[in-house]
Ligand binder design. Structure first.
Ligand code: HEM
Length: 526
């Protein structure tokens, strides 16, 4: 990537870097590939808030988990750091293409970002809200009733459709059906956890050289380019109103429109939204383990009592299982971080996951406690804690600074609409398939390993409930949940033997996948 490395402060000046494991580089690569989240946690416990890993040959990675350091890296002048997303996730370069906003450096990054931002602002967001609710209702209506199914693919179907409609406007017709099917095939293939582990170990070449990947990618690219060219030739039409039409009409400061290839890369970037689906799957996975929290949420949604608890659930899930656990930047200049002068050329990794699991900011960091985000809560991050508040880089699932997620309002809005639609339409129970939900790599995020198996039954409408005379907006624990004791219990959904570790402050055994042999082995907590 051509980082500048002044001879006095080269990235391999080990003395300048924070401490880290001494094990050989291939073993560090394996630790990262197989169990990235517990591996990071272990290193933080052992070496402190800033530590160095040698995941790839060559440049070391310096992980940061002090919010002050994280904030400094994310908000520093963008010319002083380079994009590192392709290093953090080797899938991104072959999938998104070099001209994706996520992978570009300044000043091009900012030019592309400016093209995109208007599509995620203000009045547009209100329109998206109704569309999101409608997509969710349509999809939920097609869920099987009374028989187990995996929630994660259903959540993917919802978020894929939402992002397609936001991007293209209308998604009806054979061309869109074809694109939907091609994207689905590609995503299914990419979401194979052993393939993703290989990729995490050996880097992006594993994918770019893979024949099957090229076979699946080529028709997606062709379909997108055809769509772009067709629309450009036809000119603007009201039914095509969406993010793509905004990108097509955007010009950079020199008056140049985006090229077809640039549009292709940005479209794939938008359409490969995995984080919203994994976050939604975790939301219900966690709620099903905490019947009293599910009941409180149901009471709010069905009683029309506002959105405070729903918002708190969304915030807590994005804290507990941040869909993008680490972001990365390449230092162009040396930088003071964690008491070290980190040399230019080093990759620094603000570890969102580690910040979100700091005991000093979030007491019982592995516990699912939406209540900590309620205004009235003494556990609210930062309440009575001086400097370290949620605002000061302690809650940053969407990153911060000039590369902050463009969908930082869009994604939580979608989550709230989908949660609401699910609760209004069905009663959920964990399917009795056994096993704790083990986080596993998905293409751009971490999904519940069992894909969150559930069983649903239709909830009667308020009208039906009135007619049957049972009143019935009374929320109750979902069928199959065994009451409050279950949240601290030792079994996963449906009572299968979960791997657990005790959480010191409760003295109980809480499911904690970080201690399991899960593929990603992430710590999600009780
Ligand atoms: C829960 C859902 C999501 C989470 C947690 C999430 C998280 C993130 C994070 C942490 C970054 C910053 C990466 C960095 O600093 O290097 C990012 C960037 C980005 N995200 Fe998201 N994201 C989500 C959903 C989405 C969706 C739905 C879209 C598009 C429809 C999207 C589009 C983007 C883009 C284009 C960027 C690059 C921004 C830039 O570099 O200027 N994200 N996302």
């Amino acid at each position: 990537m051509g980082y500048r490395t002044p001879s006095s402060t080269r990235a391999d000046d080990a003395g300048a870097l924070p401490p880290g494991p001494r094990m050989p580089q291939p073993l560090q690569a394996l630790g990262w590939a197989l169990r990235p989240l517990p591996f990071m946690e272990k290193c933080r416990r052992r070496y402190g808030d800033a530590f160095t890993l040698r995941v790839r040959r060559g440049r070391p990675w310096v992980f940061l988990s002090d919010p002050a350091d994280v904030g400094k890296v994310l908000t520093i002048s963008p010319e002083l750091v380079r994009a590192g997303a392709g290093e953090a996730n080797p899938l991104l370069v072959p999938l998104l293409g070099q001209r994706s906003v996520m992978l570009l450096d300044e000043p091009e990054h900012m030019a592309h970002r400016r093209f995109m931002l208007p599509a995620f602002h203000g009045a547009r967001m209100r329109g998206y809200g109704e569309m999101m609710a409608q997509v969710a209702r349509e999809q939920i209506a097609s869920w099987p009733v009374g028989e187990p199914f995996a929630l994660w693919p259903r959540m993917q179907a919802i978020s894929n459709e939402v992002v397609m409609r936001a991007t293209f406007g209308s998604t009806e017709g054979p061309r869109m059906d074809n694109l939907r099917a091609l994207l689905q095939r590609l995503t299914d293939w990419l979401n194979d956890s052993s393939r993703l582990t290989l990729l995490a170990t050996f880097g992006s070449q594993v994918l770019s050289r893979n024949r099957r990947f090229r076979e699946l990618m080529a028709p997606v690219e062709a379909a997108l380019l055809e769509e772009v060219r067709r629309r450009r030739a036809a000119g603007p039409r009201p039914e095509d109103e969406g993010i793509l039409s905004m990108l097509e009409q955007a010009y950079d400061e020199s008056g140049r429109p985006m090229t077809d290839q640039e549009l292709r890369d940005e479209l794939i970037t938008l359409l490969s939204d995995g984080p919203t689906a994994t976050s939604l799957s975790w939301t219900f996975e966690r709620l099903l383990r905490h019947p009293e929290k599910m009941a409180r949420l149901q009471a709010e949604v069905l009683g029309g009592e506002g959105e405070e608890y729903t918002e708190a659930v969304v915030k807590e899930i994005l804290r507990l299982v941040p869909a993008v656990p680490v972001v990365m930047r390449g230092l162009v200049e040396p930088m003071e971080l964690g008491g070290h002068t980190i040399p230019a050329g080093t990759l620094v990794a603000p570890a969102i996951y580690l910040v979100h699991h700091r005991e000093d900011i979030y007491p019982r960091p592995f516990a699912f406690m939406p209540e900590r985000f309620l205004a009235s809560s003494a556990h609210r991050p930062g309440a009575g804690k001086g400097e370290r508040t949620a605002e000061n880089y302690a809650w940053l699932p969407f990153g911060s600074g000039v590369r902050r997620c463009v969908a930082a309002t869009f994604a939580p809005l979608e989550m709230r609409h989908v949660i609401r639609a699910v609760i209004e339409q069905v009663e959920l129970a964990a399917a009795p398939t056994g096993g704790v939900q083990r986080p596993t790599r998905s293409s751009v995020s971490f999904a519940p390993g069992d894909e969150a198996p559930v069983v649903v039954r239709r909830r009667r409408s308020p009208e039906e409930r009135r007619r049957s005379g049972t009143g019935g907006d009374q929320p109750r624990p979902p069928a199959g949940a065994s009451g409050p004791g279950k949240e601290e219990g030792a079994s996963g959904p449906g009572g299968g033997g979960a791997s657990v570790r005790s959480e010191g402050d409760t003295g109980t055994r809480a499911p904690h996948v970080g201690q399991t042999s899960s593929p990603a082995g992430a710590a999600v907590g009780d």
